[in-house]
Design a protein around this ligand. Sequence first.
Ligand code: NI
Length: 187
Amino acid sequence: MAIKPVIRMGNPLLKEISKPVTEFDSASLWSLIEDMKDTMLAEEGAGLAAIQIAVPLRVVIFSVESNPRYPDAESVPETVLINPTITPVGQEKDTGWEGCLSVPGLRGLVERDTSIRYQGFDPYGNPIDRTVSDFHARVVQHEVDHLDGILYVQRMENMQSLGFLEELNDSGAMNSACQPCESKQAE
Ligand code: NI
């Protein structure tokens, strides 16, 4: 297990469609998950897709518990989600700020489904089936997009909101809830 470099926008791997995991509970899968957890923790991310550490498999992890980047976010249990599918629940959509470890320093407004059902598997191959809303739903949609080669900036309807976190904070464009992340260059 190790902290791996997070590849950034411009690396062609981030445009690839990741492949499904075919063997669960394998040494290589557990090793990948450990690397992803170590990397996400070190970078203080809310989530990470395997492709962000250059492994093109349909594995995402996410966790939102006392994350200094999202001090007001509701807690999301640490989840390893493999071969996920997403189904929107209802028509409602929300616009909210997103950042990405592969697009360091920036934030932009993205419209997402407010409520979704997501299904997939844990590392043992046990099914996961949850219906969630708000920030939890946003994180999962963002991470699963990575598996299809999509970064949040490609989901932005109005590029005018895209900016560096520090500038957005200084200008008051974002609410001031993100004070702890102001001092962080790397995300
Ligand atoms: Ni991301």
